[in-house]
Every structure is written in C-alpha cells, then in structure tokens.
Ligand binder design. Structure first.
Ligand code: HDE
Length: 702
C-alpha cells in the first residue's frame, strides 16, 4: 500500500513505499496501481511466498523448495558482529561547508575554497551498551564524522567529551572490559555503576579528569543535536610548504548545549529507549536540520611547550579561554539514511583516514587507534572489500591495484594489475599531490615508558569541577554517589574518595558523607602535586553555554475536553514562532474537543506521554478535566516530574487541582506560569528559553 513520502523534500524519498530499486541500485517511482513482482535473489519470479512446498497440504516439506531455502538461509545470516564498542549508534547524511580558505595552514583540499561543500556522514553512539541498549545511559557519546573530500575520505572519529580514560592504547581492552557487563554474570548492561568499572578506575589515576566529565551532565545529553564533539587528540595541519601546525578539532552545536537530569534519564529510558534516535529522525524529517560549527584550536610547538602538561596527552585539554577556537566551517545534517543497516551499521570509521594536509601527532592513544580501526572493520564487515560498500567508498576518483577477496565488486581492469608496468596502463603515484607524512625528527631508545610530562592526573580534573555552575557541581556529586552506591566493595569506594580528595575536598567529603563514609581516607598519592591555581574555564559548563532561544525544543501540552481553543492556538503560534515543536497529550489518544467544537488530536495518551519526553509542559485543562486527570497516577506524575525536573509549567487556572494533587503549589516559583490569555502564551514561551529553573532544584532535591 502506498505511503506518503516524507514532507521534507531533502529527506530520502526511499521512505516512500511506492519506490523500488532498479538493477543498478537506482530508484524508480511505481506507476499508480502498479506492483513489482517478488523474485528470489537470483531473479526468479515467486508464485507463492506464504506456503512452503509440501507433499499434500498436511505433508512434509521438500528440500527442493529453493525459494524457501534461499529465504531462510539469508535470514539466518542477517546479523553481523556488533561493534565491540560504540555498538548502539544512529547516523545521518549532510554536508560540510568551508567558511574561508585555510591554505596558510593546510593543503587539505576541503579547506582550500570558501563556500566549498563536502558530503558528510555522521554516526552518534553510546560506548558501553550493546546495540539494543537504551539511549539515555550515562556514557560518553561517539561523534564520528566522515567527510567525503575530493582527495579522499577524512574521518574525524571523535567523542562528545574532549579527554579520555587512558593515556596509552594498550590499556583500551582493560577499560572496556571493566565497563562492559561483568563476565561471570553478564550484567549490568550499558552502565558504569558496578564494581569492575570502579575497580579499574580507582586503580587508574590517569582516568580522573575523564571521570569528572563522565559524571557530569555531558554524559546524559538531551539530544545529539545539543552536544559538542571533539577530535580529542592533537592532530597536525600541514601546508603546501610542508609546514606543520598543531590542531584540536571541536564541533559546536548551533542550538547550544543541553542535557537532561539523571532522574529524568532513568525515566526516559523506560518511556522511550530510542529517545535520541527519534529526536534526530523527527528533526530531520521536519526540515529542522541540526548544525555544528567546526572550530579549530591552532598552535605551534612553542605554544605547546608553554604548558606544564603535554599536548600529546589525551587526558588534557587546552582551555578555550587560553586558546580560543576559530570557526572554520559548518556541518549540516539534512538526510536520514535510506536503510539503517546498509549505511549506519556498515559505515566504517577509521582514524587513519586522512587526506593530504591532515596528519597525526605522537599521541600514544591516536597511534594505537590507527591500528585498531582497520583491524576491527575486517572482523565486523568480514572482507577487505568493505571500502566497496557505497557508504564507505570515496566520492572522488580512486585507482589502485587491490583486487579479489570476498565480495570484490570492482577489480582493476586490463592486463597489468601491478606497477611499474611497461604496458603503460594503470595509476602511478604522485610526489606532488600524494600524501606526504610530516617529516618530524624522531630519535630515541626503544622503551615502554610513560613520559613524565603525562604525570599530572588531578589538576585539570579539579579545574573542570571548579568551572561548573552550582547545579552542575551538585549533579557531579550526585552521580558519583549513585555510581559508588552500586559498588559492593567498600575498598573500591574508599579508593575513589581518596582520588576525589586530590581533586576537590568539598566534592570528596560530600560524596563520602552521602555514602556514609565517616572516616575520610588520606588523599591519593599524586605523582605531581595537583595545581589548585588553574583559572576556571566557563566554556566547560553546559548551563553557561546553553541556547538563547527555545528553538529545536519540544513542549508537551496536556489537554482536556472543553479546553480553551483560542489559548491553544495562541500557544501553538508562540511555539511555532520560536522554532520549537509541540505534542499534545490527553486522556485518550483520540484527542479532545475544544470549547469551540474543534477536534484536537492527541499524539500520546497520558500513560504514553510522560513529561520527561518534553523540555517544558503546559496544562490546558478545564475544571472537569483537571479533576478527571487528578485521579490518574500518570497525570500526577506528569506534573510532579515536570516540577521536580525544574521545567517551566504553563497552566490554566482550572488546572490547579491537578497541580495540588501532584503536590505542586502553583505559587511556588516563577517557573509556574498562569496561562490566562493569548499574551500569557508568549510570556510562557519566553520563560522557556531558560530551559530550566535551576533555583528550584535545591527545594525539590533531585
Ligand atoms: Fe574508538 N574504537 N578506540 N575511540 N571509537 C571504535 O572501531 C579504539 C577512542 C570512537 O560510529 C572501534 O569501528 C581504541 C577515543 C568512536 O562507527 C574500535 C582506542 C575516541 C567510535 C575502536 C579507542 C574514540 C569508535 C569499534 C584507544 C574519541 C565509533 C568499532 C586507543 C576520540 C565509530 C569501530 C562509529 C569505535 C578502538 C579510543 C571514538 C575497536 C583501540 C579516544 C566515535 O576500533
């Protein structure tokens, strides 16, 4: 049956079921009323896809049924190994637009011409959970960008956190084993709140800076659209004269940053485990294309030497206030994949995918990753020909002599499949256009040593904590308390308190107190005395870097029969002007009849639309409606949660009985806004721009 095509003209029209694929993979529109004939994979038309071939209607099945065997054989092999980390991901297509030429710093083709547009594919992910885990786990988010440049694919395989747990790639299997479900019991899933994770962390002081980030609200983002992304390592830009400049890559969301609170995250995971996926899908289908600016921190060796930490150490940042990032282009995501498996699952990101003009630094984590990503693709995708998959193939011309192997789709043509050859065929290298590694001078003994310049594990952890606003600091303390409360071994908890004492005494004693640890241990020994004089960096706070409008956010409107139609329309208009969206919740999903007789369809029935799914809520109720809803536990939770999560609540005066039943005093603070008329809808929307009334938090004790 025909389904309507997506409303967004740029969205992949393949979501329309009237489209079929031709032999070359091209799409055809079916003529009205036409159907295509089902065939086997060999192209043989199928007469019956409902019944296996049997001897008589009640008889045994026949081995001869090639259609059945082919169908089941293929189904049996549908799964490929999920990624060993970052298994749960969601991707989208788009483009990168260069603002100005960066030829001074790099010969990378993507940065040569102002206004140049480069196709892009981005995959966001959680790290620890399996493919079917929930979206709102407390976890790092992957932020992997593939840029199909005219001189080859460039992958910036980053995270939403600019530092990492470990300093050397050889420790990666250990940190991942520790966070994944414990091997004897295979739980907990997608959670760091368990003994093995904290055991490893408490024995690994270099992870302390990362731990501060992972315990902060950065690890529970509201949307992929509201997260920053980081290349993490120091890379190099290399210009045509072979001069190198160090660079750190930062993606900044145009809509500002936003996270949820932990109590909300837990509830979202139950109400909508696909919360982040659905959010990206809905935004792109609605034509609200998310955007990020690529910002560069550029510096030279002399600047690098001015720090007492090492710019090769992936557990350190260069604060933005010390080195302001320069915006050099924008990334826009405007199209969902036609097929999740073909694109999002089969996409192969690799740190070693760099075009001429981009180069590596000696960061030992990056050096290790450059081996791991190629290796893992062979395991997961099963053939060295994974670059033949359309999502992985470059979009620029490419010529090489690699051939054969599983599923080879593009072997070299002609007689000579080697070079040099005297037949005068095939590609040759170019010293001028080809990739030239930056000729850094290296000499030394072969050693297994961590440099002393990597020894300070606590100073930037403390700086991160001190750069947070009071609510954000509270959340870090609460997250640490929650996680450590799930740890059964008292020794592990105490080791963590000892580390916290080397980061921030108040934080350590708050967490210790909440865990019931009365005798504080001695602060952990530090290889280098932690610096307490580092200036706070406001760029590290989410709240300080939130949006200036409510654009891209969502209001949940709880409505009852007889609701004020004029007010509803005014609210709808105010939300639309703001660039936000609205979803209606009612007792029944069929919706309600407003006071002017119009029908308002609900998107959710009250049990299916809890307030945790929205950034702000409004209660458009009549007295009767409020009374009816007050008898529903889900409606009382709707209000109580919105209040506890510090959201702005608009309400008609008749809704007060529901507020009261939910334990909310309508006069308690300025986050409760009485919707008396159309103008009030505008006032309410303006208030919503702040996203949350954090001042309420201490009274509701989240
Ligand atoms: Fe990864 N990482 N990683 N990682 N990583 C993978 O590659 C690895 C690290 C990151 O959406 C794997 O294709 C090692 C840092 C992202 O497909 C694997 C080390 C950062 C993704 C791998 C790290 C990342 C991966 C698993 C320590 C942020 C998902 C599947 C040296 C800068 C990409 C795959 C996608 C995926 C190895 C540490 C980001 C096994 C050895 C640091 C976003 O190759």
């Amino acid at each position: 049956m025909a389904r309507k095509a997506a409303t967004n003209p740029n969205a992949a029209t393949i979501h329309d079921q009237t489209l079929v694929r031709g032999q070359g993979g091209e799409l055809h529109q079916l003529a009205e009323g036409k159907t295509v004939i089902l065939t086997t994979a060999q192209g043989s038309p199928v007469a019956d896809d409902q019944n296996t071939l049997k001897i008589g209607a009640r008889g045994p099945a026949l081995l001869e049924d090639f259609h059945f065997r082919e169908k089941i054989f293929h189904f049996d092999h549908e799964r490929i190994p999920e990624r060993v980390v970052h298994a749960r991901g969601y991707g989208a297509h788009g483009f990168f637009e260069t603002y100005d030429s960066l030829a001074k710093y790099t010969r990378a083709d993507i940065f040569q011409r102002a206004g140049e547009k480069t196709p892009a594919f981005v995959r966001f992910s959680t790290v620890a959970g399996s493919k079917g885990s929930f979206d709102l786990a407390r976890d790092v988010r992957g932020f992997a960008v593939k840029l199909y440049t005219k001189e080859g694919n460039w992958d910036i395989v980053g995270n939403n956190i600019p530092v990492f747990f470990i300093q050397d790639a050889i420790k990666f299997p250990d940190v991942i084993h520790a966070v994944k479900p414990e091997p004897d019991r295979e739980f907990p899933q997608a959670q760091s709140a368990h003994d093995t994770f904290w055991d490893f962390i408490s024995l690994t002081p270099e992870s302390m800076h990362m731990i501060m980030w992972v315990m902060s609200d950065r690890a529970i983002p509201r949307s992929f659209r509201f997260m920053q992304g980081f290349g993490v390592h120091t890379f190099r830009l290399v210009n045509a004269a072979d001069e190198s400049t160090f660079v750190k890559f930062i993606w900044k969301p145009k809509l500002g940053m936003q996270s949820v609170v932990w109590n909300e995250a837990v509830k979202i995971n139950g109400a909508d485990p696909d919360f982040h996926r659905r959010d990206l899908w809905n935004a792109i289908q609605a034509g609200q294309f998310p955007q990020w600016e690529l910002c560069l921190q550029l510096f030279d060796q002399e600047f690098a030497d001015s720090f007492d930490f090492d710019i090769l150490d992936p557990t350190k940042i260069i604060p933005e206030e010390v080195l302001p990032p320069v915006p050099v282009g924008r990334l826009v995501l405007d199209r969902m994949p036609d097929n999740f498996f073909a694109e999002t699952e089969q996409v192969a990101f690799m740190t070693q995918n760099v075009p001429p003009g981009i180069d590596f630094s000696n960061d030992p984590l990056l050096q290790g990753r450059n081996f791991s990503y190629l290796d893992t693709q062979l395991k997961r995708l099963g053939s060295p020909n994974f670059t033949h998959l359309p999502i992985n193939a470059p979009k620029c011309p490419f010529h090489h002599f690699q051939q054969d192997g599983h599923m080879a789709m593009r072997n070299p043509v002609g007689r000579a499949n080697y070079q040099p050859n005297s037949f005068g065929v095939g590609p040759r290298e170019s010293s001028e256009r080809g990739f030239r590694s930056f000729a850094d001078g290296e000499a030394g003994q072969k050693v297994r040593l961590r440099p002393e310049s990597f020894a300070d594990h606590y100073s930037q952890a403390g700086q991160f904590f001190n750069s947070q606003t009071p609510p954000e600091q509270r959340h870090i303390a609460q997250a640490l308390t929650f996680e450590l409360s799930k740890v059964e071994s008292p020794a592990i908890r105490e080791r963590m308190i000892a580390h916290l004492l080397s980061i921030d005494e108040v934080l350590a004693s708050t967490v210790a107190d909440k865990l019931g640890i009365t005798d504080l241990p001695k602060a952990a020994d530090a290889a280098v005395a932690p610096r307490r004089d580092l200036e706070p960096s406001p760029a590290l706070s989410i709240i300080e870097n939130g949006p200036h409008s409510f654009e891209g956010r969502k209001v949940g409107v709880l409505i009852s029969n007889g609701a004020d139609a004029a007010l509803f329309k005014a609210l709808q208009a105010a939300i639309e002007i703001e660039g936000a969206t609205m979803e209606v919740i009612a007792l029944k999903v069929g919706g309600v009849q407003a006071d002017d007789g119009t029908k308002i369809i609900a998107k959710h029935m009250i049990d299916g639309g809890p307030s945790v799914l929205f950034d702000a809520v409004a209660l458009l109720l009549t007295e009767e409606g409020a009374e009816l809803l007050a008898r529903e536990a889900a409606a009382r939770d709707f209000v109580a949660d919105a209040f506890a999560h510090c959201k702005f609540i608009g309400f008609t005066p008749a809704a007060v009985p529901l507020l009261a039943k939910a334990g909310v005093d309508p006069a308690s603070d300025e986050g409760l806004i009485s919707l008396t008329d159309g103008d009030a809808a505008g006032t309410y929307m303006e208030a919503c721009r702040k996203l949350r009334l954090w001042a309420r938090e201490t009274s509701v004790k989240l």
